[in-house]
Unconditional design. Structure first.
Lengths: 447, 313
């Protein structure tokens, strides 16, 4: 049977192709000599490909405006932008050996994986080579763009989280500064009907409610996700217990079933039916981008609302003014065909004040450099300024990069879902269980 | 002696092997590329740590992790529930519907169309619609129940009701199976029923002794395909879970699959999660092999039962 060796050879060839598909690589950053003379003129002509996740017309237009400024500075470099790209597509392109020159991601969840595997190139050599001072970025923004000493991405724009409150529903009350104040105010502002069903909620404490994720809530108590060795700190950091007990107490006050029924009657987070727009919730945790959504909604823009930093644990007044932040990141994938030109674009988009201000003004996200935040050209009212202050606050926290970031968040989120429902009899044991899941997964991923 | 025990191939086959292989080659290539190669690759990768970028041999680590992964037991339990409850419920319901539709005299075409139509609705749209209809706060289904003084549950939000709700969704969309059963039922010779009726057999006896044995191959086909579909159950559970939770999935708010309380977490979902959300491809391969083995075992059990039933009858 001559067919058998032929088939085996074919299968072996296929296997080899599959295993080596990701080993194609273009020149790496910093490996080529830096052009002498004026950098903008000395770079050779090239067409570079940029993949990003912006998809609406307004977003794409704003991004193209920022790119146009780069093209004016580097007329010999043509930027071909592809919109609406997700992380999976970026990963597949890198693995297939045909990545874009520059890639933008809306989430920081994959940064650790990209940095550790080398899927995104370490920018440290060119940052040093070009004398870029990363201290222009808040420390928190540096932390979510690097992993294990590799600065494989830079922050493009940031999201900061604080409290939005509806002034009419607040009945003259000031926004809460501590969790106790938040509880008292939530109870005071809640309106129920004769059956005890919630008509207006002061604050919805359910973990499944829109932006109430563990990462966002954790910053209110200064909770720690990981130990220095990357293992889970959730079970050992008492701050998480403080947060969970506070949350459970408020859920119980509403009644879990009543709260779920109310939550499920609410409109979509991204639509005009958002309960904050409709006056059904007095206070919400949300990102700075909600300001733009309110301004763009014909009905909601009439609402009198305010913004404030997140309330903090009663025993941690030092945290007040801080919040949670994460954001859009940008980098040069492994195998980029024009890494030098790609780096110039990354550098322009992440450090050029005019570019950042243009993007921030159009997209209403937080610009990441101190110069851009202080630029007189940056449009800001009091409600938006709150988020600039939160982003710049030294105690503002983020979700630290981890190779299992998504898994870890999901494991904890599942646990919190059980906890708030009353399905966890022993909080300590439950949190230890979360630790075990995260640590076991870390081992599986190679530590 | 060798020539006696190992007879030479018949003369007409001599020299025709290569030609036969040539004719079979499209199929052989298809099997090799789309079945054998992926299967061998799955086994190969299951012994490796593979994050889509780098490959490292880790021996049995992925298999050891399988034994300690709490979500494997949870998702396997959920999948088993679907096999043991949803499959029989859906098959029985579609068989009953087919029985009724084949017997109805007036408006048969209308009934067939009405019962078949839901199976043409795309899975995503059908699932989202069901979740909205059964919304505990403002869904029309609970409002209808309230007219009779019944407080409807949180269908897709209560772990006790979430899988039964999916079963209802499956029953609603069983038009395809109903049509197959209809064809089988219409194929049963009428004179058998007439003879049985003359002998005094009632409807149940007729069904048990005539209908069931005659449509047994179709029933078996339906059961086997339904069991395999249940083992691969993914989209409806994922969508229902996501829509019912109302949770968002953006930076810092990763959505945990299986809402509520992981009651809708099926084995294929966990496999997808491991492979394409956590990039633990090696471990995902172990889960794929587990699923493959489960499919084989269930199919073999069903086939054996079917043969035994055939022999008995």
């Amino acid at each position: 049977m001559r067919f058998v060796p032929l088939a085996v050879a074919g299968l072996a060839a296929l296997a080899l192709t599959a295993c080596t598909a990701n080993r194609e690589a273009g020149p790496s950053l910093g490996s080529q000599p830096r052009p002498s003379g004026s950098a903008s003129q000395a770079l050779p002509a090239a067409t570079i490909e940029l993949w990003h996740g912006f998809s609406t017309d307004a977003e794409v237009k704003a991004f193209e405006t920022a790119i146009a400024a780069f093209s004016k500075k580097y007329p010999q470099i043509t930027v071909k932008a592809r919109k609406g790209v997700q992380d999976d597509q970026i990963t597949q392109s890198i693995r297939g050996g045909n990545p874009p020159d520059v890639a933008v991601s809306f989430t920081t969840d994959n940064v650790a994986q990209w940095c550790r595997s080398g899927a995104f190139q370490d920018l440290t050599p060119v940052i040093k080579q070009d004398g870029i001072d990363l201290s222009v970025l808040p420390a928190v923004a540096r932390s979510y763009t690097a992993f294990e000493g590799r600065q494989c991405t830079l922050p493009l724009l940031a999201d900061a989280y604080g409290i939005y409150y509806n002034k009419a529903l607040m009945k003259g009350e000031q926004p809460p500064k501590t969790l106790s104040e938040l509880t008292a105010l939530a109870k005071k502002l809640t309106v129920r009907d004769a059956n005890g069903d919630i008509k207006v909620a002061g604050f919805v404490p359910a973990s499944q409610y829109y932006e109430n994720s563990a990462a966002h809530l954790g910053s209110m108590v200064g909770a720690k996700w990981y130990n220095d060795d990357g293992t889970s700190a959730i079970g050992t950091d008492p701050a998480w217990k403080t947060l969970l007990r506070w949350q459970k107490e408020l859920v119980d006050w509403y009644g879990y079933d009543k709260l779920e029924k109310f939550r499920k009657s609410l409109g979509d987070e991204w639509s005009a039916e958002h309960p904050f727009f409709k006056g059904k919730v007095a206070m919400i945790i949300d990102g700075e981008w909600r300001n733009a959504m309110i301004a763009n909604d014909p009905e909601a823009k009439k609402m009198d609302y305010g913004t404030a930093p997140l309330p903090v644990a009663d025993d941690r007044p030092d945290l007040y003014g801080s919040g949670f932040t994460a954001g859009t990141v940008i980098g040069v994938p492994k195998g980029a065909k024009n890494p030098q030109q790609a780096w110039e674009l990354v550098k322009h988009l992440t450090t050029d004040t005019d570019s950042l201000v243009t993007l921030s003004n159009a997209l209403r996200n937080v610009p990441t450099t101190k110069a851009a935040m202080e630029s007189p050209a940056l449009s800001k009212d009091d409600n938006f300024a709150t988020f600039l202050d939160i982003f710049a606050h030294p105690k503002t926290s983020t979700l630290p990069p981890s190779v299992n970031s998504v898994f870890n968040q999901e494991a904890f989120s599942t646990f919190i879902g059980k906890w708030e429902k009353g399905g966890v009899p022993d909080l300590d044991a439950g949190l230890k269980g979360v630790d075990k899941q995260i640590d076991d997964k870390l081992k599986l991923s190679g530590g | 002696m060798a020539s006696l025990t190992h007879a030479a191939p018949p003369r007409r086959w001599r020299g025709e092997g290569p030609r036969a292989l040539l004719w079979l080659s499209p199929w052989l290539v298809g099997v090799a590329v789309f079945f054998v190669y992926p299967l061998l690759s799955t086994v190969y990768f299951s012994f490796h740590r593979y994050d889509m970028y780098s490959l490292e041999f880790v021996g049995l680590d992925n298999y050891r992790y399988l034994l300690h992964d709490p979500r494997v037991a949870t998702s396997a339990r959920n999948t088993l529930w679907l096999v043991l409850v949803m499959v029989p419920a859906t098959v029985l319901f579609s068989l009953t519907l087919a029985q009724l539709v084949t017997r109805v005299k007036a408006g048969a075409g209308l009934f067939r169309t009405v019962f078949y139509l839901p199976s043409l609705v795309p899975v995503t749209a059908g699932t989202i619609m069901f979740v909205y209809l059964m919304n505990p706060a403002n869904g029309p289904w609970n409002q209808f129940l309230a007219l009779f003084g019944i407080t409807g549950p949180d269908w897709f939000g209560d772990p006790a009701w979430s899988k039964p709700s999916l079963t209802l969704l499956g029953m609603w969309g069983c038009g395809q199976a109903m049509v197959i059963f209809m064809a089988a039922l219409l194929d049963v010779p009428r004179h058998l029923y007439e003879a049985a009726a003359i002998d005094g057999a009632g409807p149940w006896r007729q069904f048990r002794s005539i209908t069931l044995p005659t449509i047994a191959p179709v029933l078996m086909f339906s059961l086997v395909t339904s069991v395999i579909s249940a083992l691969q159950y993914f989209s409806q559970a994922m969508i229902a879970s996501r829509v019912a939770s109302g949770a968002t999935d953006s930076a810092g708010t990763a959505f945990a699959p299986g809402y509520p309380d992981e009651s809708l977490l099926t084995l294929p979902q966990w496999l997808f999660q491991a492979g394409f959300r956590d990039y633990a491809m090696g471990y995902a391969c172990v889960l794929a092999l587990l699923l493959f083995a489960a499919s084989m075992i269930f199919t073999l059990i069903l086939l054996r039962q079917f043969r035994r039933a055939e022999e008995d009858s």
